[in-house]
Design a protein around this ligand. Structure first.
Ligand SMILES: [Zn+2]
Length: 93
């Protein structure tokens, strides 16, 4: 009987890959696929994972719109996701 074990990506390798500029989810997938064998093995497989993802991607969903909002108090335009205004501290609408 085979035991199914979940492989967790090595934090050490994962940090190294992210610092090299690879996306976190792709780095994780690479480490799981190579079972944390080595950093160079991960680097070998990352382009393949990226190529596969690019294939599955729809062009329209790759565009990320950054929606900003204008503060009602000081009219400063804050980036999306801000809970309070960067300038005056007014709570976002
Ligand atoms: Zn403001």
């Amino acid at each position: 009987m085979e035991e199914e074990k979940e492989i967790l990506p090595s934090e050490e390798f994962l940090n190294a890959l992210v610092q090299m500029g690879f996306p976190l989810d792709i780095s994780k997938q690479a480490l799981i696929q190579i079972k944390n064998e080595s950093l160079s093995a991960a680097l070998d497989i990352i382009p393949e994972i990226q190529a596969q993802r690019d294939k599955n991607k729809k062009p329209e969903t790759t565009k990320i719109k950054i929606v900003s909002y204008q503060c009602t108090t000081c009219t400063y335009i804050n980036p999306e996701g801000k809970g309070v205004c960067d300038i005056c501290g007014q709570i976002a609408p």
